[in-house]
Design a protein around this ligand. Structure first.
Ligand code: GDP
Length: 482
């Protein structure tokens, strides 16, 4: 079906100022010639120069459907590289649908989601990493994600990956020809040279991966769980950060039963905030469900915000929570700092210390030393949801904790997606196998097998070694008309 003509409404399906119906494929001009009429009735779109725009009407026989502007892009100078026509019409749902129906009636077929971009990819205008960045661009939720997707659309990731791949294929070819022609091409000391190349390529891939964790966090948001004993101020915190009254704030302990989720944008950093029922042992079945869920959410969380009610003494509930914080990224808020303080930072630290002390006696020392450091140095912020004290500090601590200033200082941002990350990791594994073979002085054809796997894994990023199924799956996630 390559080149058959597809059409879709490319703008949102809501009533708005203008709408765009897009047509791409070999019959695009034939179709538009049959349904477009210029004011004097003489102009034919197919005879107009590429990249020009024309005022007129879309008609089905003599019936005028809408007054439009028609944009002409001739192959190969279009998004898909095919003959493409865009009809700018009035942005009413009904009128856009009518125009699309007419285009289909005269020979196009409805496009699948992402099919225009898929054609751009299949026709070689962009690689897969660029195609995916188109989606990221549309879905970007903050400036950093937006900037990164624009870089990728321009081919930043593609260029890096291609360079690494071409080095790999160069070495594979060298090994193969040396094995074929041992008389003329010597592999003596080749292991030493290859080892150096592997070290270099590994560090290039590691560099790309370095931002990947943060990349996902930036794109998808940091999964954040708010915990604390009942009445500590968790719902108040959620409300403060979300700026809306969603959770019911109440003075009766344990009334926030459900798990509520809210996505907030804290100065460009997205937090997927989960407010949980107060974690504590309870006999109440309804509340118990909330508490169990809360514990389950804790396991998945990227960040835990532990709200301490500093107007009360630390109690068993707090101690139980402290146990759950070990080895996690935690920020502790000493909430209600506007009231008389019965719990100070020092007391929290010493409670944290006690936990580690007790654990220190039980388990292996070196692992423990690490935990001790992690748990002892949790950021603790004096906070009041009521007086809105500490919000700025919380913001800067999160920024520091997750991104440590890296975002601004890094010119080219690579927010790679999960699929790309997996491909990079698999390439790294293969390279480490090559390194191992060199160390073990294995025969050279062992090198080339793993070099080839690395080459193929990286090809998944650019789409050069990827199967049809996966291509279809990737593009099916795109929006209509893109
Ligand atoms: P949760 O059970 O942890 O979700 O606690 P809530 O958010 O429902 O708050 C419990 C009570 O503490 C409510 O009456 C809040 O108004 C109050 N509260 C929360 N934060 C503060 C604060 O910073 N200062 C003061 N004075 N009261 C607060």
């Amino acid at each position: 079906m390559k080149g058959d003509t597809i059409a879709a409404i490319a703008t949102a399906m809501t009533n708005s100022g203008i709408g765009i119906v897009r047509i791409s494929g070999r019959d695009s001009f034939e179709i538009i010639d049959r349904i477009y009429q210029s004011k004097n009735g003489k102009k034919k779109i197919s005879q107009m120069p590429s990249h020009t725009i024309h005022y007129g009407y879309i008609c089905d026989h003599d019936k005028i459907i809408d007054e439009v502007m028609v944009l002409v892009m001739k192959a190969p100078n279009s998004y898909t590289t095919e003959d493409t026509v865009e009809i700018d019409c009035h942005g009413g749902i009904l009128v856009m649908k009518r125009i699309l129906e007419t285009v289909i009636k005269y020979g196009a077929r409805p496009a699948e989601p992402g099919e225009f971009t898929k054609r751009a990819f299949l026709n070689g205008r962009i690689d897969l990493s660029q195609a995916e960045s188109v989606m990221d661009l549309i879905q970007a939720k903050n400036d950093i994600a937006l900037e990164s997707s624009i870089y990728q659309l321009q081919g930043s990731l593609k260029k890096k990956v291609k360079r690494i791949r071409s080095e790999l294929i160069h070495e594979i070819a060298f090994i193969e020809s040396a094995l074929d022609d041992p008389e003329h091409i010597s592999l003596e000391d080749y292991g030493i040279k290859l080892n150096q190349i592997i070290i270099d390529l590994t560090s290039q891939i590691v560099e790309l991966l370095r931002f990947s964790e943060n990349g996902e966090l930036l794109k998808q948001g940091i999964n954040t769980v708010i915990i604390g004993k009942p009445n500590a101020g968790k719902s108040s915190l959620l409300n403060l950060l979300a700026g809306i009254e969603r959770a019911i704030v109440t003075e009766v302990e344990g009334t926030t039963r459900d798990v509520l989720q809210e996505q907030i944008n804290l100065n460009g950093i997205i937090l997927n905030l989960i407010d949980t029922a107060g974690i504590r042992e309870t006999d109440d079945i309804v509340e118990k469900i909330g508490v169990d869920k809360a514990k389950a959410y804790l396991l998945d969380a990227d960040l835990i915000i532990y709200v301490v009610d500093s107007s009360t003494k630390l109690d068993d509930n707090d101690n139980e929570i402290l146990q759950l914080l070990r080895n996690r990224r935690v920020i502790i808020l000493l909430n209600k700092c506007d009231l008389r303080q019965l719990t100070s930072e020092k007391e929290v630290r010493s409670a944290l210390y006690d936990i580690d002390e007790s654990k220190l006696n039980n388990e292996h020392e070196n692992v423990e030393q690490e935990n001790l450091n992690v748990i002892k140095y949790f950021p603790i912020i004096s906070f009041s949801t009521k007086e809105e004290i500490g919000v700025k500090k919380l913001q800067s601590v999160i920024q520091e904790l997750f991104f440590a200033g890296e975002i601004e200082s890094n010119e080219e941002i690579f927010l790679i997606n999960v699929r790309q990350k997996a491909a990079l990791q698999s390439a790294l594994n293969s390279l480490s196998l090559v390194k191992k073979s060199i160390e073990d002085q294995m025969p050279e054809d062992f090198y080339s097998i793993d070099l080839m796997s690395a080459y193929e894994s990286l090809g998944n990023i650019t789409g050069e070694t990827i199967g049809d199924d996966l291509v279809n799956e990737i593009f099916s996630k795109f929006c209509m008309g893109k």
